[in-house]
Design a protein around this ligand. Structure first.
Ligand SMILES: Cc1cc2nc3c(=O)[nH]c(=O)nc-3n(C[C@H](O)[C@H](O)[C@H](O)COP(=O)(O)OP(=O)(O)OC[C@H]3O[C@@H](n4cnc5c(N)ncnc54)[C@H](O)[C@@H]3O)c2cc1C
Length: 493
């Protein structure tokens, strides 16, 4: 009998596993796939490592919040990281010009100020707002016993409108939204908190993982095992058993039952409750509401491998837009032809190849035809669709980086359906439930559920992305350990 069973071995599930096993709980993490990691997974083709879902991560420098969590988790010195270019880790290509995001909030502000001198005061105000958002989860707050400041105001404000109301210059308004692909930015729904949190943490300290993101999942799993916990692959949770309104354990692969005192699910809340055995405590209306929540669009990834001499490593990301409105350009790409692309590179030390990834959004509507198919069996029209998308993205990026079009050694693609089949996310959504600023209460999930000993974690609950998922893991585990205790413990390492 375990104390806690955790469904899913993505970052959220594994971090809960480390925290609770470290604090004396007997935990067991169950992963349906044959590899752990979810979006942290790396996969190999022709001996080359490709990453699934994390291109860069913020707040990882000494004294920054993510680094502090990693210290508490016991993995800070085990991750092989590469700091991105401090003079410009993100480049925004817009209307024939390039604009850089420099690292450090003052440098970020000063660099943009040089290009937009008339916006000095407005930029100061905007950067102040970003910094305040970052401070809401500061190490100082942890030391005082708070996981976050608990202010939900920014969730009910529009990111698009706030930028438009703060900044006068139309070009600068666009440049500040230049990395909106990281949160599937939508004019009509994206809340300010998501924009500010994702943006600020990268500005603070952006890093890539060297030689693949799988290492992150592996070191977390090692910590769990070292703390006496267990991590099993090929173990799909196919049911959650309920007795007298309380969860008693899970069914794996349709035939084996494992019991536990508590369950944490890191998978989508609607999927989680589909697994829960029928019981009078869960009303149909609740399930209908969970299923009616919108999920973010999915992402299409083109992986390109070049011999190192044919395409040298670039320690920045390039965000390429082809129209004069970034928000519309992203949406346009999502619904039709590729008109904007995020270009990143993996930091590879032990390989003769450099890997470029081109990322762009694809709406569910574009994928609908193949919804009922499985990977490898979707038919020729799907292969043609993927080939067309790949060419659209490659042709666009090659206008800015001509060398991309030549000497490609290997090329692979992953559509939102690939993500759906490998990580179990509904419709292949990249970032989970959309936290619409019009409905902050309805779209933000609580970690507690209507089943007293069943908890939620992972990207659907609060903010997606590596940092967002880590903060949520802390909130989930705080239900077991107490918020003040956990905050002080993480803060005082
Ligand atoms: C293309 C892409 C690019 C991204 N880029 C970045 C980036 O650069 N930086 C960043 O910070 N974030 C990025 N993100 C977001 C980030 O990867 C995610 O928010 C985060 O990794 C999600 O972690 P999770 O634990 O919530 O879920 P997941 O990683 O999805 O893990 C869920 C796990 O549960 C397993 N599972 C599902 N159903 C079951 C079941 N029934 N039984 C057992 N196991 C099950 C899945 O197989 C999976 O392993 C990106 C995401 C995508 C898709």
């Amino acid at each position: 009998m375990y104390d806690v069973i955790i469904t899913g071995s993505g970052l959220g599930g594994l971090e809960c596993g480390v925290i609770l096993s470290k604090e004396g709980y007997k935990v067991c993490v169950l992963e349906k796939h044959h590899i752990i990691g979810g979006c942290l997974q790396s996969f190999k083709r022709n001996g080359i490592i490709f990453d699934t879902g994390i291109h860069y991560v913020g707040s990882l420098s000494e004294g920054q919040i993510f680094n502090q969590y990693n210290k508490y988790l016991g993995i800070a010195d085990k991750l092989h990281l590469k700091k991105m270019d401090e003079d410009g880790f993100d480049v925004i290509h817009f209307e024939g010009q390039q604009y850089v995001y420099a690292m450090g909030i003052d440098k970020f502000q000063n660099t943009l100020q040089e290009r937009f001198p008339n916006e000095k005061d407005n930029l100061r105000k905007y950067c102040g707002m970003l910094a305040d958002t970052g401070q809401s989860i500061s190490i100082e707050n942890l030391r005082k016993g708070f996981l976050s400041s608990g202010d939900l105001t920014l969730f009910s404000l529009s990111a698009y409108e706030t930028i438009a109301n703060t900044i006068k210059d139309r070009t600068l308004q666009n440049i500040l939204a230049g990395t909106l692909g990281l949160y599937a930015g939508d004019k009509c729904s994206t809340n300010l908190y998501h924009h500010a949190m994702v943006h600020y943490s990268n500005i603070e300290g952006a890093y890539r993982l060297v030689n693949g993101t799988q290492q992150w999942a592996d070191v977390l799993a090692d910590q769990i095992r070292r703390n006496g916990g267990e991590v099993f692959t090929d173990s799909e949770v196919t049911g959650i058993k309920i007795k007298d309104g309380i969860a008693t354990g899970v069914v794996i692969n349709g035939n084996e039952e494992i019991n536990s005192k508590y369950i944490i699910s890191s998978i989508h809340p609607a999927t989680t409750f589909d697994l829960v055995e029928k019981n009078p405590f869960i009303k149909k209306a609740y399930l209908t509401r969970l299923h009616s929540l919108s999920n973010s669009c999915g992402m299409f990834t083109v992986y390109l491998a070049y011999k190192k001499e044919n395409f040298p490593y670039i320690n920045k990301n390039h965000n390429i837009y082809t129209t004069n409105n970034i928000w519309d350009n992203f949406k346009q790409t999502c619904d039709g032809k590729v008109a904007s692309v995020f270009m990143s590179m993996q930091a590879m030390e032990n390989s003769q190849y450099n890997i470029v990834t081109l990322l762009f959004p694809v709406s569910f509507a574009q994928m609908e035809k193949w919804t009922d198919t499985k990977s490898g069996h979707r038919g020729n029209d799907y292969i043609e669709f993927k080939e067309r998308k790949k060419n659209e993205a490659l042709n666009l990026a090659a206008q800015f980086f001509p060398a991309l079009a030549h000497n490609i050694e290997y090329c692979y693609t992953a559509s939102p359906l690939t993500y759906r089949d490998y990580t179990g996310v509904p419709d292949g959504s990249a970032y989970g439930i959309v936290k619409d600023y019009h409905f902050p209460i309805a779209t933000l999930m609580r970690v507690k559920t209507r089943i007293a000993n069943l908890f939620l974690t992972g990207q659907n609950v609060n903010v997606h992305g590596a940092l967002g998922v880590t903060l949520t893991a802390a909130h989930t585990c705080a239900e077991f350990l107490g918020k003040e205790y956990l905050a002080k413990k993480v803060g005082s390492i």
